[in-house]
Design a binder for this molecule. Structure first.
Ligand code: SF4
Length: 71
């Protein structure tokens, strides 16, 4: 299972980073980053063992749908 993140869509609201600081952080350009994620083409991906409630909340609260959970 993995989180797929499309950085181009990010509007820098910071919700993901404040909801799940273990997985998301804001960078100096005020864009979200997936902590320990790897770059795959234009996206960033992070393997996860399970979709915790915290991850679900962060993914669902992004106002511009930057994230997808791929199983
Ligand atoms: S919630 Fe979405 S728009 Fe807001 S900082 Fe995170 S990725 Fe960017």
């Amino acid at each position: 299972m993995k989180i797929v993140y499309e950085p181009k869509k990010c509007i820098g609201c910071g919700i993901c980073a404040s909801t799940s600081p273990a997985h998301f952080k804001m960078n100096k350009d005020n864009k979200a980053e997936l902590i320990k994620g790897k770059k795959v083409k234009d996206n960033c991906e992070l393997e996860i063992k399970e979709e915790t409630q915290e991850i679900k909340d962060a993914v669902n609260m992004c106002p511009v749908q930057c994230f997808k959970i791929v199983k």
